[in-house]
Design a binder for this molecule. Structure first.
Ligand code: FPP
Length: 264
């Protein structure tokens, strides 16, 4: 039995994870990378890696609830993922639909609120209504907020916010001199959410790949070689422990152990 399983089963909690509980991130964002390599290592089709990736996501949502994380944002499909082979793109669309259809009732029963960030335009016919339904059904829930970044691109989000600001100025609704970081953040998909405290990327790649570039300005980053389908309770706790050991200064001198909400 691994250390993680031991903890999950109510076994002894290590000293370091006790530290993590005292200084836990409110918002964890994850770049779920390595599904393809996980499959290739086993000579399986890439889609099998993504299917196992959905299982890792399901597991991570349960662990996040258990660990008291308030917001969990996951990068499920980027604006750039359209350039993948057509079969893989349609497979990912299918997995998203199946995830929502199969898991919505359980997520709702567990008081999870689903939010979706990313462009709704250009999604195949039945996806946008399904995403809207998941948001509507869970709107009043007060537990974990699961933010699914789907057809999401950070630069596109920033450009859209700049366009919205320009339109507000042109229409006389906003004074150009009143544009500040809060005005900008208020026009992002994440307007009413706290910024991520911790961004995790699996699979050993050291990039952020257009994921929450504005919102993660002061986030801590943890990169783990674990491939996403293998990401388990122990891997999540290891990332939380690493976060707990970091000293966050937000550009100042003293360590700060809470995050200022940037949105208005
Ligand atoms: C990166 O692995 C992962 C993705 C592009 C998609 C992430 C999707 C899931 C975890 C499953 C789908 C979940 C939902 C809710 C639809 P990669 O294919 O880039 O892996 P590689 O770098 O090893 O090739």
């Amino acid at each position: 039995m691994s250390d993680g399983e031991n903890r999950e089963a109510g076994g002894a909690v290590s000293e370091s994870s006790a530290v993590a509980r005292e200084n836990a991130p409110r918002h964890v964002a994850i770049i779920m990378d390595g599904n393809g390599r996980w499959a290739a290592q086993r000579k399986l089709p890439r889609l099998e890696g993504h299917r196992r990736g959905v299982e890792a996501l399901r597991r991570t949502v349960r662990n996040a609830i258990d660990l008291g994380i308030a917001y969990l944002t996951v990068y499920s499909f980027s604006s750039e993922n359209w350039s993948r082979p057509v079969d893989e793109v349609s497979g990912l669309m299918f997995l998203l639909k199946r995830f929502i259809r199969n898991d919505l009732a359980e997520l709702h029963a567990n008081n999870v609120r689903i939010r979706v960030i990313g462009a709704r335009e250009g999604l195949p016919g039945d996806i946008a209504p399904l995403l809207a339904e998941a948001e509507d059904v869970t709107r009043a829930n007060t537990g974990l907020v699961l933010v699914i970044a789907f057809n999401y691109g950070g630069r596109q989000e920033i450009v859209a916010a700049a366009r919205a600001l320009a339109q507000d100025v042109a229409a006389g609704r906003l004074d150009a001199n009143a544009i500040d970081a809060d005005a900008f953040a208020a026009r992002l998909y994440t307007a009413d959410m706290p910024d991520p405290d911790l961004v995790i990327r699996t699979s050993g790649e050291l990039r952020i790949s257009n994921f929450l570039p504005w919102q993660s300005a002061y986030a801590e980053f943890v990169f783990t070689p674990t491939l996403w389908p293998d990401f388990d309770r122990a891997a999540l706790e290891a990332a939380l422990d690493e976060f707990a050991r970091r000293e966050r200064r937000f550009g100042g001198v003293d360590a700060v152990h809470h995050v200022k909400k940037t949105a208005s």
